[in-house]
Ligand binder design. Structure first.
Ligand code: ADP
Ligand code: GLC
Length: 491
């Protein structure tokens, strides 16, 4: 097979812009595809924070002041480029201040959907001007999910895309890109409006992710279990019928881990490095974390970490029920890092006030602290209501930090329940999404912790797991090659 030409659309990508795992995965995909010899070109919006972050962007003369009209309003964008650090992959940025010069990457502004519609159109317009004819447009999440339809309709005349095919990857079906009736004018599909979902159309709205599911040549998601879960309610979040109506099934490809960023042998954020044969370093990191979080505990007290976006998805509602009683018993301490919904931040703040020295909450986004928590905690809690893949539990395993997870999505695919009788397994997995189950899981983990032999075994099992991208990328590659081959034979 000749190398693939891949246009990668993602609203986030490390190291440029990140709020969650999408950024890690988009960055890793770009690197891994390039490493395998493919011509991969990622496209991102040029957000205000990215513009001000000191990257050196070059102008792209072929795509300067390009006009794009949405619903009668004329916008203009210019393309910028910078190499993805450590690679020669050209990352491209859509510079359109009217849309992206805002205080955050995502907004609750009324034109949120138009921002990403403009982004999607601008990516296609850029490819035309660069003379770049992708074999595969890889569209990630709702932000890019209108591309498959736009490519076949608004841009259907352009022969440059005759052989191009589209793959949609769903990182989170909970975010769908709901567009009000004014979107129809913005999309300007003309008679092709009939290609939108008829029931939604009758009610006067457009669902970006559903549109992508209906028109992409292939749909993937980020773990095999989540791929099964979203084919029915409730985790399909209303899109289960659209998924089942496709001729092919949604493919679950587990995310990988970038072990150049997340490995206790080399992690620059750590006080001491460690590996399964040298676990003393782990204890040094626990002491460092106790200091950083200003906890008042002895180093023998079990310490449980959490890092994540504070949203309903992450299962914090269960903790509101389960944690106070659990902490009353005074058997362990918690260190939590997260940014997001105010009500969850208030709960964690209140826990910090009620259990000073034993419950530490840091509100915000903090890369260094995330690494310190992975390295210094004994266990890592992810009680997610649903979790398409989840990266933190995989990071935890590598750091010998025992994951405590709800059996859902990628958590179910990456953590195997520990059985003290056989010594097999890597973490604690609870089945029911309720407070009793979380409390059981915390108790069980503390029981294991009190038995140093069992705990050491558990740590070694966890650290021996390997979720590197080397294997996962081959699944993407095989899928993209299959899709591209169909495109080439039609072109
Ligand atoms: P999601 O994408 O749903 O947020 P993942 O587990 O896939 O969940 O990925 C989350 C990523 O974002 C991890 O790399 C995690 O370390 C990082 N992260 C989340 N919240 C924070 C935060 N407040 N500070 C630093 N890193 C964070
Ligand atoms: C989403 C999901 C998370 C997944 C990440 C990367 O943000 O919530 O589970 O790991 O995307 O695919």
């Amino acid at each position: 097979m000749p190398p693939l030409k891949i246009c990668l659309l993602s609203a986030e990508m490390v190291p440029f812009a990140k709020t969650g795992g999408l950024a890690d995965v988009a960055g890793a995909l770009a690197r891994e595809f390039a490493r395998r010899g493919h011509d991969v070109r990622p496209f991102l919006p040029l957000y205000r924070a990215v513009r001000g972050a000191g990257w050196r962007f070059a102008e792209v003369p072929e795509a300067a002041q390009v006009p794009v009209s949405l619903g009668g309003i004329r916008y203009e964008f210019s393309l910028r480029t910078a190499a993805l650090p450590g690679t020669d992959v050209p990352a491209y940025f859509i510079d359109c201040p009217a849309m992206f010069d805002r205080r955050s990457y995502y907004t609750e502004d009324a034109d949120e959907y138009r921002r990403f519609l403009l982004y999607t159109r601008a990516v296609i317009e850029s490819c035309q001007r660069l003379g770049f004819a992708p074999d595969v447009f890889h569209c990630n999440d709702w932000h890019a999910a209108l591309l498959p339809l736009l490519l076949r309709t608004v841009y259907g005349w352009d022969r440059i895309f005759a052989g191009s095919r589209t793959v949609l990857t769903i990182h989170n079906i909970g975010y769908q890109g709901y567009m009000p009736s004014t979107a129809l004018g913005d999309l300007a599909l003309g008679a092709n409006e009939a290609l939108l979902d008829p029931a939604d159309l009758a009610r006067g709205f457009v669902n970006a992710l559903k549109t992508g599911i209906r028109h992409a040549d292939a749909v993937t998601t980020v773990s095999p279990t989540y791929a099964r879960e979203i084919r029915s309610a409730p985790l399909g979040a209303g899109l289960q019928d659209a998924l089942r109506a496709r001729p092919d099934e949604v493919v679950g490809i587990l995310n990988g881990v970038d072990y150049t960023e997340w490995d206790p042998r080399v992690d620059p954020y750590l006080r001491a490095h460690f590996d399964p044969a040298h676990l003393d370093g782990k204890a040094a990191n626990k002491r460092a974390l106790i200091e950083l979080a200003e906890l008042a505990i002895e180093s023998g007290v079990p310490l449980i970490g959490m890092v994540g976006r504070l949203t309903e998805q992450k299962g914090i509602d269960l903790l509101i029920e389960a944690l106070p009683g659990f902490l009353e018993r005074g058997e362990c301490a918690f260190v939590v890092l997260g940014a997001g919904d105010a009500r969850y931040a208030e709960f964690f703040d209140a826990m910090g006030r009620r259990f000073p020295g034993r419950f530490a909450f840091h509100h915000g986004y903090d890369e260094a602290r995330a690494h310190a928590i992975e390295a210094g905690s004994d266990a890592f809690l992810m009680p997610s209501r649903y979790e398409p893949c989840g990266l933190n539990q995989m990071y935890s395993l590598r750091y010998g930090t025992i994951p405590i997870v709800h059996r859902t999505g990628g958590l179910a695919d990456t953590v195997t329940p520990f059985d003290p009788a056989t010594g097999a397994g890597t973490g604690c997995v609870f089945n029911d999404y309720d407070a009793t189950a979380v409390a059981w899981a915390l108790d069980t983990t503390l029981d294991w912790y009190r038995d140093p032999t069992a705990w050491r075994r558990l740590m070694r099992n966890a650290m021996a797991e390997d979720f590197s991208w080397g294997r996962q990328i081959l699944q993407y590659e095989a899928l993209f090659e299959r899709v591209a081959a169909a495109g080439r034979s039609n072109a």
